[in-house]
Design a protein around this ligand. Structure first.
Ligand SMILES: Cc1cc2nc3c(=O)[nH]c(=O)nc-3n(C[C@H](O)[C@H](O)[C@H](O)COP(=O)(O)O)c2cc1C
Length: 390
C-alpha cells in the first residue's frame, strides 16, 4: 500500500525520497519533516559532517495547497557538502586530478567497502561507501515523517530513547510520557531518560573518542496508540513483527532487533513471560497487566504499545584503523579513515522511528484503505465500533 524509495550518494548533490500510496487530503506540515531531520543530526559522538549540513526537505510532487493529492510524493534534501565534492564525484566523465583524488582501496572491516566492491567490480570502494553511508537515513526520516503525520491523525505516536551505549545500560523500564518527553528534548545529549545513566554513557563515548575507537549501543522505539488488529498471522510475510524487524535491521549498523522482552523471554518460563488478559467491564475493554509481548501477538498488534529495540554495532571507521588488505596491491595495510561519527545511537533511533512509522502506516492502510483521508477515517471509525462491541 505505502511504498517508499530513496536515492542519493552521501556526497552527491542531494538525497531523494519517493513516497506513494498515501490517501489524498492529508495535511502536510513541512516544518515537522524538518524537525525530524534536525533530530537525526543530533547526538553526542557525531563527526564534523553534521556541522556542514542543515537538512531541509524540499517537496517537488504529490503535495499541493498543503495537502496530499493521492499522487506520488517526491522530495529532495540538499547536501551542502556537495560544493566540496563536485569535482571529486562529478556526474560526467572527468579527467581532472580531483576526480581520482578520493579513491578508497583499503577497505574498512565492517563497512560495505570490500563486499560491495567485489560485487559491483570496482577497485575503488568510493562508489559503494557513498551509497552504503547512513547519510541515506536522512531521506528515510523525511519519508517517515509523512507516515508519522498520517498515523498522528489516528492517535498513533512514535518515539525513541537510548537504552545502551557501549557497556552502560539503562536498567529500568521507561513509561510512554517519559520517552516522548526525552525524544523531543533537543538539548539532551544522548536521549537517555535517566540523567545519571546518560552521564556514564557520555563517559563511554569520550573514552571511545580518546582511544580512536567507536562505540555501539541500543535504542528502544515505542509506538503509542496503535489500534488492535494491524498485521496478520495468516501468512509469514504478513506478520507485522517480521516486517518491523526487517525494517529496523535495514538501518545501517543495526545488528539485532528485539520485540518486547524477547531476549529475556528466551531464558524464562512461560508463566513468567505471557501477559495475562482481563476484561474491564466498566470500560468494556480487554486489557493486559503487562506488555512483555511488546504489543504484538501472532504478528498482529494487540492494542498495547508496540515496543521494539535496535542494537547497533560500533561503527567501522576507526581513527586507529584495523588491519586490512589493499584491494589493488593485495598487500596488508591499515584501513582507510575518513571523517566519521564515533557514536550514532540517538540518530539510529530517529532513523528507526521513521522505519517503524513507515511499516505501521503501511499496515494501517492495508487494514483501513481509503483513497481519501475521509474514507480512511470512516473505515477506521467503523472498525473502532466493531472492537467496542466485540
Ligand atoms: C545514524 C548513523 C550514522 C552512521 N555514521 C557512520 C559513520 O560516520 N562512519 C561509519 O563508518 N559508519 C557509520 N554508520 C554505519 C554504517 O553506515 C554501516 O555500518 C555501514 O553502512 C555497513 O552496514 P552494516 O553495518 O549495516 O553492515 C552510521 C550508521 C547510522 C545509523
Amino acid at each position: 500500500m505505502l511504498r517508499f524509495y530513496t536515492a542519493g550518494e552521501s556526497h552527491g548533490q542531494a538525497l531523494l525520497a519517493f513516497v506513494s500510496g498515501l490517501p489524498a487530503g492529508l495535511r502536510i506540515d513541512v516544518g515537522a519533516i524538518n524537525h525530524e531531520l534536525h533530530r537525526r543530526q543530533l547526538g553526542y559522538g557525531r563527526g564534523g559532517r553534521q556541522k556542514i549540513e542543515k537538512d531541509q526537505a524540499e517537496i517537488f510532487a504529490g503535495v499541493r495547497h498543503g495537502q496530499t493529492i493521492g499522487a506520488p510524493i517526491a522530495l529532495r534534501i540538499e547536501n551542502r557538502d556537495w560544493e566540496n565534492w563536485e569535482k571529486i564525484l562529478p556526474v560526467e566523465a572527468s579527467s581532472a586530478p580531483e576526480a581520482s583524488s578520493r579513491k578508497l582501496v583499503a577497505p574498512r572491516p565492517g563497512h560495505a567497502d570490500l563486499a560491495g566492491s567485489q560485487k559491483f567490480n570496482f577497485h575503488d570502494a568510493r562508489y559503494v561507501l557513498e551509497r552504503a553511508s547512513a547519510r541515506e537515513t536522512a531521506a528515510r526520516v523525511a519519508a517517515g515523517s509523512f507516515a508519522r503525520q498520517l498515523l498522528a491523525q489516528f492517535g498513533v505516536r512514535i518515539a525513541s530513547h537510548t537504552i545502551q551505549v557501549g557497556h552502560i545500560r539503562l536498567d529500568r523500564a521507561a513509561g510512554w510520557e517519559e520517552i516522548r518527553a526525552i525524544c523531543e528534548d533537543l538539548e539532551s545529549s544522548l536521549r537517555c531518560v535517566d540523567a545519571q545513566v546518560q552521564e556514564k554513557m557520555k563517559t563511554e563515548v569520550d573514552a571511545a573518542l580518546k582511544a580512536g575507537d567507536t562505540v555501539g549501543g541500543a535504542f528502544e522505539i515505542v509506538a503509542h496508540g496503535v489500534p488492535v488488529g494491524l498485521g496478520s498471522h495468516a501468512q509469514w510475510d504478513e506478520k507485522l513483527d517480521g516486517k518491523l524487524a526487517q525494517a529496523l535491521m535495514s538501518v545501517q549498523a543495526v545488528k539485532a532487533v528485539e520485540i518486547g522482552s524477547g531476549i529475556l523471554a528466551a531464558g524464562s518460563y512461560g508463566s513468567e513471560v505471557q501477559d495475562e488478559i482481563s476484561y474491564d467491564k466498566k470500560a468494556r475493554k480487554f486489557q493486559r497487566g503487562s506488555n512483555r509481548a511488546g504489543g504484538l501477538e501472532g504478528g498482529i498488534t494487540n492494542g498495547e504499545d508496540v515496543v521494539i529495540r535496535g542494537f547497533l554495532k560500533p561503527i567501522s571507521t576507526l581513527r586507529k584503523p584495523l588491519g586490512t588488505a589493499d584491494m589493488v596491491t593485495k598487500e596488508p595495510v591499515k584501513a582507510a579513515y575518513e571523517r566519521s561519527d564515533w557514536c550514532v545511537v540517538p540518530a539510529g533511533g530517529v532513523a528507526g522511528e521513521a522505519m517503524v512509522a513507515l511499516v505501521l502506516a503501511d499496515a494501517f492502510l492495508q487494514k483501513f484503505g481509503g483513497d481519501s483521508l475521509a474514507e480512511t477515517r470512516r473505515n477506521f471509525d467503523s472498525y473502532g465500533r466493531q472492537i467496542d462491541e466485540f
